[in-house]
Design a protein around this ligand. Structure first.
Ligand code: UD1
Ligand code: CA
Length: 465
């Protein structure tokens, strides 16, 4: 008889080869996003928390994309991928992973890629019970008000487990059973694969059901255990876009609630604010309606973020003010800066302390020095700008010659006049001034006034002017 040995190594197997027909999508179900991350990323991350020997993932439909989604989440070392060329059922999916799993005495925890809310402690509880009970198979079950669609747990008159019956194959009487198979199990690997050899696609769907395995093991005199879980939502899979939206709402509400209660963050209207569960927001921040804070953004203390801003994978220091309708992506903003309204920062834009980027200013891959201001209607791309400099309205770094991008350097205490075109590569020395409407095609020496088209040196400036 196969028994769970408490010291057996643990492997995880995630089934993620299916299309997910009910999503009505060309995209594989496990690639649909919840909280800005694919479903499969949520499940893989939680599974990794068990610290298994290996995470095996069965892929098929859009295999490459699913693989990339997992690798983006876990790196390339933790997961092993197996291809199931044709989706012939969950039993067939497990067989596809046989070579990677079977060799040793081990326990395998199986789950699906579409249960994103499953908690680490639940998986631990299942695994612990499986080992303590020396079971060959332990099934996570849950009672549902409406069990339609799920496999039912059929028991004898004494309440002992008999078998799992799929919705489509169930009798009227079996369909009234409310205890369902959550699709999450622990198996002793050797028992699992030996029983899978007996599984036949003799059912309504013509599929190889993993859910036939427990009854086969039982007939062989093996021990089957069930582990009933209370939280139905946590273990239920996502099958439709309606369910996905419901989960999104749930996740969002719990993230914002946590930030309010534990994090000391004010949300003017929590039901119209969107914060990724991976983002961090410091105490005494005030977040106005329709703000989206995405990805791994980190926001310091006492920042104020106004209506309609989107902040993605960016870093904000303390006391930063983001005015209405700004887009800030992959960028960093130091303490006491102000941005917007209607500003766009992207591709590692960096603002140092007390700098200001104002109305309709775009900053791409540029660094703006301490106390420097660019208040209106400006494009700063591939630029490095020093301290306490003023960039006049309508300034453009002409960084692209049609083939290549070129850098602009503006040093400290510079005054760039309104509507200056800086034709890169170009350097404006510290203390220099450009006249309004200048087209700067050559480097400007320090402490010099240039003006005209193209700009010519007009005079040498007194350093204190
Ligand atoms: C399955 C269970 C059902 C359980 C439910 C819980 C079976 C036969 N039924 O049904 O008892 O109540 O989960 O959510 O197992 N997959 C593959 N290859 C395949 C088929 C499926 O990798 O050939 C993957 C899918 O991508 C999915 C998972 O296995 O992630 C489950 O498959 P799905 O078709 O969703 O099974 P359910 O009908 O939900
Ligand atoms: Ca499912």
């Amino acid at each position: 008889m196969t028994r769970a040995n408490p010291n057996n190594p643990l492997d995880v197997l995630i089934l993620a080869a299916g299309l997910g027909t009910r999503m009505k999508s060309r995209r594989a179900k496990v690639l649909h996003e919840l909280g800005g991350r694919p479903l499969i990323a949520h499940v893989s991350r939680t599974a990794a928390g068990l610290e298994p020997r290996k995470i095996h993932i069965v892929i098929g439909y859009q295999a490459d994309k699913v693989r990339r989604a997992v690798e983006e989440e876990l790196g390339t070392a933790t997961a092993a991928f197996v291809l199931q060329p044709e989706q012939r059922g969950t039993g067939d999916a497990v067989i596809a992973a046989r070579t990677g799993l079977e060799s040793n005495q081990s326990t395998v925890l199986i789950l699906s890629g579409d249960v994103p809310l499953i908690k680490l402690e639940t998986l631990r509880g299942l695994n612990d019970k499986h080992r303590h009970q020396n079971a060959a198979c332990t099934i996570l079950t849950v009672r549902l008000e409406n069990p339609t669609g799920y496999g039912r747990i059929v028991r004898d008159e004494n309440g002992n487990f008999l078998k799992i019956v799929e919705q489509k194959d169930a009798t009227e009487e079996q369909r009234s059973i409310r205890e369902i198979n959550a699709g999450i199990y622990c198996f002793e690997t050797s028992a699992l694969f030996s029983a899978l050899e007996e599984v036949k696609p003799a059912n309504k769907q013509g599929e190889y059901y993993l859910t036939d395995v427990p009854a086969i093991l039982l007939q062989r005199g093996q021990k089957i255990v069930t582990y009933e879980h209370r939280d139905a939502r946590e273990v239920s899979g996502i099958n439709t876009r309606a369910e996905l939206a419901e989960f999104e709402n749930l996740l969002r509400r719990s993230t914002i609630r946590r930030l309010m209660l534990e994090g000391g963050v004010t949300f003017i209207d929590p039901s119209h604010t969107y914060v990724s569960d991976e983002a961090r927001i410091g105490p005494d921040c005030v977040i106005h309606p329709d703000v989206q804070i995405e990805g791994k953004s980190v926001i310091g203390e006492a920042c104020e973020i106004y209506h309609g801003a989107r902040i993605t994978n960016s870093l904000l220091g303390n006391r930063v003010v983001i005015k209405d309708h700004c887009v800030i992506i992959d960028s960093s903003i130091a303490d006491d800066c102000a941005v917007g309204p209607f500003a766009h920062l992207r591709m590692n834009a960096q603002m140092e302390e007390r700098s200001v980027v104002g109305n309709f200013v775009e900053v791409k891959k540029s660094r703006i020095g301490r106390g420097t201001k660019s208040m209106h209607l400006t494009y700063l791309g591939d630029a490095t700008i020093g301290e306490e400099t003023n960039i006049g309205a309508g300034t453009v770094t002409c960084n692209y010659d049609g083939k290549h991008k070129h850098p602009t350097v503006i040093e400290d205490h510079v005054r760039i006049g309104s509507d200056t075109m800086l034709v890169a590569p170009v350097r404006v020395g510290s203390g220099a001034v450009t006249g309004a409407g200048s087209v700067v095609t050559e480097d400007v020496p320090p402490n010099t006034l240039v003006a005209g088209v193209p700009a010519k040196v007009k005079k040498k400036l007194d350093e204190n002017s």
